[in-house]
Design a protein around this ligand. Structure first.
Ligand code: FAD
Length: 273
């Protein structure tokens, strides 16, 4: 029988170089792979993996379905870093306290080893969007990760394209990448950041609306000049499945959007976590 040391040596191919906890259950994790990956498109994802024998975080719960110790538990994660970074990858991860992989990812420390997939895949990217078309990105939770990769890769390259992020969360501490997005908002005239909170405390002076209500209110057009028109603006939606379903239905029913499929190109791109 293989020992944990042998299995780690055989399978793990990357090292943690940074781990930042934004809250006890939300973190950015950066890993450097032993070998570079091929060039990828911003918005794509890969897998992260750890063996079932690895320790779980101290604030996790009992496992919903215990993982066998010698199984390499693998899950998909969107890459938040820029597409030219093919050896160092950033991930933005929520801990599912009774899940199999995330409590083990939250127990990692800088210098620890893990598995990072060799393939980077996914159709949630800007390759079908002409450079002059506008791009609306709508996210909740860790759904912001692929948009951070879009912006880090493309915001400076697409000066004729308006790029707008609408980010929804309950509290301000859940607005991942808030500082970076606010900075981009001040720096690039073609980028606009519209955060909104549903359960903010008194210190929040910004929007307190549901994303669906922001779309219906006409605020995006008023604040950014972006038209919710499939001829001019491609829309990307990523995050919580309920938000994704509601927003997609609203765009299909009220603004004439069609969901993009490989054989039937549309202007509405969806990724659910
Ligand atoms: C393309 C893609 C990209 C993704 N990108 C990201 C990302 O960037 N960041 C991110 O955080 N996640 C991302 N995910 C989600 C990620 O792949 C995992 O699903 C997630 O991290 C949970 O993994 P886990 O092993 O901890 O949980 P799992 O063990 O897989 O458990 C997950 C699910 O099991 C069920 N479950 C677990 N415990 C219980 C319980 N006590 N009672 C009832 N049901 C339960 C629930 O349905 C729960 O959601 C992405 C998913 C996809 C498909």
């Amino acid at each position: 029988m293989s020992t944990p040391e042998t299995l780690r040596e055989q399978k793990y191919n990357a090292t943690v170089v940074s781990k930042i906890l934004l809250t006890p259950n939300l973190m950015t994790l950066r890993a450097v792979t032993d070998e570079p990956r091929e060039q990828f498109s911003a918005g794509q994802y890969t897998t992260l993996g750890l063996f079932g024998f690895e320790p779980r975080s101290s604030n996790s719960d009992a496992e919903f379905e215990p993982a066998p110790p010698e199984r390499l538990i693998q899950r998909a994660y969107s890459i938040a870093s820029a597409r030219h970074q093919t050896r160092e990858f950033e991930f933005y991860v929520t801990q599912v306290k009774s899940g199999q992989l995330t409590p083990r990812l939250f127990a990692l420390e800088v210098g620890d080893r893990l598995f990072v997939g060799r393939r980077i895949v996914g159709a949630f990217n800007l390759s079908d969007v002409p450079p002059e078309k506008d791009v609306l990105m709508i996210a909740t939770g860790t759904g912001i990760a692929p948009f951070i990769s879009f912006l880090r890769s493309h915001v400076a390259e697409r000066p004729k394209s308006r790029m707008v992020v609408v980010q929804g969360a309950a509290h301000q501490r859940d607005l991942g990448y808030y500082s970076e997005l606010a900075f981009l908002n001040h720096t690039f005239p073609n980028f606009f950041y519209l955060p909104t909170l549903t359960d903010a405390d008194g210190t929040w002076a910004g929007r307190r609306m549901w994303i669906e209500d922001i779309l219906a209110s006409g605020e995006i057009e008023r604040e950014t000049g972006m038209a919710l028109d499939p001829e001019r603006t491609h829309v990307y939606v990523c995050g919580n499945p309920r938000m994704v379903a509601n927003v997609a239905s609203w765009l299909e029913d009220h603004a004439g959007y069609r969901r993009h499929r490989p054989k039937e190109p549309g202007q509405l791109f969806i990724e659910e976590f």
